[in-house]
Design a protein around this ligand. Sequence first.
Ligand code: ZN
Length: 86
Amino acid sequence: MRLDPWKCPECDQPAKGTLETIPGIALLLFDEDGNAEYFGQTDVCWDGQTTVRDDRDRVRLICADGHEWLASINETNPQPIWRTEP
Ligand SMILES: [Zn+2]
């Protein structure tokens, strides 16, 4: 995969990684009247992990110093282009 730009525009370090969203279930405790409190623990749903992308499909990268920027991503390896003749 190729990312452009792959280095931080502010400090020139390579990206540490992509920003991701991961759904989780914040566990609740109920008393006998139905009032809820947070238990203080979240079950992380790793199967729902997705890369944060903008409306132009750019990914959000982050460097080790916490700077964030948008980068275009090419996730495919170079392959021949197959065309169907009309
Ligand atoms: Zn940086």
